[in-house]
Ligand binder design. Structure first.
Ligand SMILES: [Ca+2]
Length: 162
């Protein structure tokens, strides 16, 4: 059994929703297309390139546990998911993101087309927000999510990491 606790996504997303409404959504796109999502703090930092976003976030590249891409073959805009620890070998859900509409890098619901994982982590996608609807298998990497069982290109609304 794992003892690690995950963030209470519902509460955090509620707070994020308020922030998003109060802030200027337009600035997210202006900040850049590539975003670093810190699963510890739930902070999202966007910049013109991933390297710049990591630097702006103050996060080492060694902390990356997954990258999700807009395009096939690990191309296009990227979300870089970072955490302070590696994943454990078993599958449950060590971290999660309940609503891909809220990543500060624009609306990423139904947009991810390829994915890579690191640090012993895999990802599981859910069709709907808040882990509703169909779920994918646990995925280590896929250059074309359309080929993953059931077809997962431009489909995920929420993600779990384990
Ligand atoms: Ca969906």
């Amino acid at each position: 059994m794992r003892t690690r606790m995950i963030a209470v996504a519902g509460t955090m997303l509620g707070a994020m929703g308020v922030l998003g409404a109060a802030g200027s959504p337009a600035t997210a796109a202006e900040q850049g297309r590539d975003c670093v999502v810190n699963l510890d703090t739930r902070a999202v930092t966007c910049a013109a390139t991933e390297e710049q976003a990591l630097r702006a976030a103050g996060v080492a590249a060694s902390r990356v546990i997954a990258r999700t891409y807009d395009g096939r073959n690990y191309s296009g805009a990227v979300h870089t998911w970072v955490q302070s620890r590696a994943c454990t070998p078993g599958y449950d859900r060590e971290w999660q993101w309940a609503d891909l509409r809220h990543t500060s890098g624009g609306n990423w619901n139904n947009r991810i087309s390829s994915v890579r994982t690191y640090q012993r982590c895999d990802v599981r996608f859910y069709d709907g927000l808040n882990f509703q609807g169909a779920a994918s298998t646990w995925i280590d990497a896929s250059a074309n999510l359309a080929t993953v069982g059931g077809g997962w290109s431009n489909r995920a609304g929420s993600i779990k990491f384990s």
